[in-house]
Design a protein around this ligand. Structure first.
Ligand code: ADP
Ligand code: MG
Length: 258
């Protein structure tokens, strides 16, 4: 058994006495695409806040790295340091440079945080251009490379932002509700995109839409969070038929669009 890339053990986090995360144990292996589901308020986004250093746990272990002798203790690192280690997060609302082209947005992400002006006026070499071409192909925006990002549909903006995140070559991608606000067709394409990243990247995807979860979880595991800890973990079908899960989540039918 290899060592996990992310190790989360006995983690707890309270806000004003409310236990958002309690007794959380979670392991992500390199190359996995893990889907995390759970009812509203289950602690899913807080889990990402803890992994990215935006929030600090009250107790527990949060470690990154497959070499146990050289793993990083995420509880001691800042948000910025964690991001530099290669843990990248995609938020729900896309934040792209609306007045710049799709191509320029990707260039800006390749260049990192050094100012839009400097980045755009520096010469672009063949390596940068080839990399941007790869990213355009990955997120399937090649035919819109010259479009102003502000003119893209909501779904296309989400893909562009995913491309911008990939430009930084993250080792782990944390993606919170990527299908929110997308059409069914965009949702399906997003699923294909995420599946194409698995293996080369390690991903944790939080999602509500069960049609989408079923699509992206075809090979991987699903973790169900409830009241800040893991209620159940397994293949989509196992999780779906688990009576505990049906009771707290699926059985309500609230987000179940099948
Ligand atoms: P989910 O993403 O599963 O819907 P969240 O992780 O956003 O759930 O929230 C879990 C609980 O923690 C909620 O009750 C929420 O109000 C609370 N919470 C999350 N972040 C904060 C915060 N920064 N300050 C206070 N309460 C928070
Ligand atoms: Mg959330």
């Amino acid at each position: 058994m290899p060592h996990p890339l992310l190790t989360v053990e006995d983690v707890a986090k309270a806000y004003d006495g409310f236990q958002a995360i309690s007794n959380l144990n979670f392991y992500l292996f390199a190359g996995e695409l893990r889907t995390v589901i759970g009812p509203n308020g289950a602690g899913k986004s807080t889990f990402f806040d803890l992994l990215t250093g935006r929030a600090k746990p009250d107790r527990g272990r949060l470690e990154f790295g497959t070499d146990p002798a050289a793993s990083h203790d995420l509880t001691r690192l800042s948000e910025h340091e964690i991001s530099r280690l290669g843990i990248g997060r995609k938020f729900q609302t896309p934040s792209v440079y609306a007045d710049h082209s799709v191509w320029e947005n990707l260039l800006l992400s390749l260049r990192g945080p050094r100012g839009v002006f400097a980045a755009l006026f520096q010469r672009t070499g063949p390596a940068d251009r080839a990399r941007i071409d790869d990213l355009l192909e990955m997120v399937r925006l090649g035919d819109k490379r010259h479009w102003r990002a502000g003119l893209l549909s909501h779904g296309e903006k989400q893909w562009l932002e995913l491309g911008m995140l990939l430009a930084q070559e993250p080792k782990v991608l944390l993606i919170d509700e990527p299908a929110a606000g997308m059409t069914d067709e965009e949702t399906h394409r997003t699923g294909e995109l995420l599946l194409s990243l698995a293996g080369r990247h390690s991903l944790i995807v939080i999602e509500h839409d069960m049609t989408f979860v079923k699509q992206i979880a075809q090979q991987g595991q699903v973790t169900v969070l409830h009241q800040g800890s893991v209620l159940c973990e397994g293949r989509f079908e196992e999780v779906q038929s688990d009576p505990k899960v049906r009771e707290v989540y699926l059985g309500r039918g609230k987000h179940d669009r099948r």
